[in-house]
Write a new protein. Structure first.
Length: 274
């Protein structure tokens, strides 16, 4: 595999028909933006913490990976470019978020980005990631006749702003079936269900049905199948500052994640043979 470092994201190119997207593990905030942020926002608490480390087994597979380096507070790569809400009638965060998940202000008074700045950030930060993501998926499909996209996320196990109580541990989303074949979601759900013997709970197209990336790029009728996994952070880390990675927890959940990825690849192989 070839590895490249890019200013806005890191890319690994593989030869198998899978692209793993990691839009939210980045913590970097350009100084000119950080200077306008509140103290709590500078700690970027809503990061999808340690996702590359948790998925380190991908290095053993010949799959493509795109990993964002900038914080979602700079711009949220999993939101629509026109800023439309993901979930009608629910609490949603913006393309350039103004509040943390805990409803704390991200910007100092009078420092929030205006429409012109949001447009400039979209061009500078959002567009390059999506251009590369689209190009990679197109190349995979041209080579294999189909393409798989796994959008890897994590979130605190309890976020009252978005849902009541504790979130299931493994949350699979395909945009209510619009982003991937039903047969693919069925076998992935079976893997998540089997993880119940380890104490993990799961949901499919529950509170998290897949964000913009899943819904935008998933096109099963044309051979592109996209799945989002929203993983509860309590399964692999300390959810409070300093947000430490927990090897003891990760060792337990990592095989489940690996099983999901291998199931994706096995399904693709069957589709190609069929």
């Amino acid at each position: 595999m070839k590895d490249y470092f890019m200013e806005l994201f890191r890319v690994t190119e593989g030869s198998l028909p899978l692209l793993v997207s990691m839009p939210h593990p980045g913590t970097y905030v350009p100084p000119e933006i950080a200077a306008r942020m509140t103290g709590v926002a500078k700690t970027v608490p809503d990061t999808d913490w340690h996702i590359p480390q948790l998925y380190d087994f991908l290095a053993e597979l010949d799959v493509s990976v795109i990993q964002a380096t900038h914080s979602r507070y700079v711009i949220d790569l999993n939101r629509a470019p026109d800023n439309r809400a993901l979930y009608a009638g629910a609490s949603n965060t913006e393309l350039c978020p103004l509040q943390t998940f805990a409803m704390e202000d991200i910007y100092l008074p009078g420092e929030a980005p205006d429409e012109n700045e949001v447009a400039a950030r979209r061009e500078a930060y959002w567009q390059p990631y999506h251009d590369r993501l689209a190009e990679t998926l197109a190349a995979i499909k041209a080579t294999h006749g189909l393409a798989l996209l796994w959008d890897a996320h994590s979130i605190r196990s309890e976020v009252p702003r978005f849902f009541e109580g504790r979130l299931p541990d493994l949350n699979l989303g395909t945009g209510d079936g619009g982003a991937a074949a039903a047969s693919l979601l069925d076998i992935l759900t079976a893997v998540a269900r089997d993880a119940g013997h380890l104490g993990y709970t799961h949901a499919a197209n529950g509170r998290f049905k897949g964000g913009y990336i899943t819904r935008r790029y998933g096109d099963p009728d044309n051979g592109v199948h996209a799945v989002q996994l929203e993983l509860s952070e309590i399964t692999y880390m300390d959810e409070d500052p300093p947000f430490a990675f927990r090897d003891d927890l990760a060792e337990k959940v990592r095989p489940v994640l690996s099983g999901l990825i291998h199931t994706l690849l096995a399904w693709a192989e069957m589709e190609q043979q069929g």
